[in-house]
Design a protein around this ligand. Structure first.
Ligand SMILES: *Cc1c(COP(=O)(O)O)cnc(C)c1O
Length: 217
């Protein structure tokens, strides 16, 4: 589906639910996509992209940033502590802050480097053992901890369990954000971004609907 169709669908959903036009940012998730598809989307003028692995992003985005001005890069996948410094140098926004150890590492490196990406806290709304994200019961304390460290936390992020109704998770995330005084919500993917917009998403992360199915291996 062309980029313009996705942009159109976002605008229609914003209008349908009475949200301000342009209040949802589209993150084009370019992980594992052939470079020519990513370049095509850049050539159409889109500048906001998401990657889920630090290594993969490091292998393609420095070159693309040279070729295209104004790129904004979002890390949407789990972050290992030993890759924190590299990630902070590469990404403008990190959506996967999910544990005290990582928060401390980011705070320390931010002081050393004199800069810090914007941060979302990832919440494991489905409480799935294999999934990243802080548990809902631990969230409020973790937000406090991040604030005490001086971290620029702007919102919450979630990836609902595949077999469950995503809108319930989106509503839960919105409620948790509101309770903690956070106004940005990173939620919604190719199959459910309209439902996420209806629940207040400020950032939708859309991959395959823009680029086509990912070609693994
Ligand atoms: C891959 C990925 C997406 C995009 O998924 P699509 O279904 O291709 O839109 C969104 N969020 C995260 C965290 C991802 O890893």
């Amino acid at each position: 589906m062309p980029l313009s169709d996705i942009i159109d669908r976002i605008a229609k959903e914003e209008a349908r639910v009475g949200r301000a036009p342009g209040s949802t940012q589209l993150i084009a998730v370019s992980k594992v996509q052939p470079l020519e598809r990513v370049v095509a989307v850049l050539e159409e003028g889109h500048r906001v992209f998401g990657e889920n692995k630090v290594q993969e992003a490091a292998s393609k985005w420095p070159d693309l940033k040279e070729r295209f001005d104004g790129v904004e890069l979002h890390l949407i996948g789990p972050l290992q502590s030993n890759k924190t410094r590299q990630a902070m140098g590469l990404f403008d926004v990190i959506h996967s802050v999910d544990r005290p150890k990582l928060a401390s590492a980011i705070a320390r490196i931010a002081v050393e480097e004199g800069q810090c990406p914007k941060l979302f806290i990832q919440v494991n709304t489905g409480e799935e053992p294999q999934k990243a994200g802080i548990m809902p019961a631990d969230l409020d304390e973790f937000v406090e901890e991040c604030r005490a460290l001086g971290l620029p936390v702007v919102g919450l992020m979630c990836i609902p369990p595949v077999e469950e109704e995503p809108s319930l998770h989106f509503a839960l995330l919105a409620k948790m954000a509101k309770r903690n005084g956070l106004d940005q919500l990173s939620m919604g993917m190719s199959s459910d971004f309209e439902s996420a917009i209806a629940q207040g998403a400020t950032h939708v992360r859309v991959g395959s609907a823009i680029f086509g199915e990912r070609e693994y291996g």
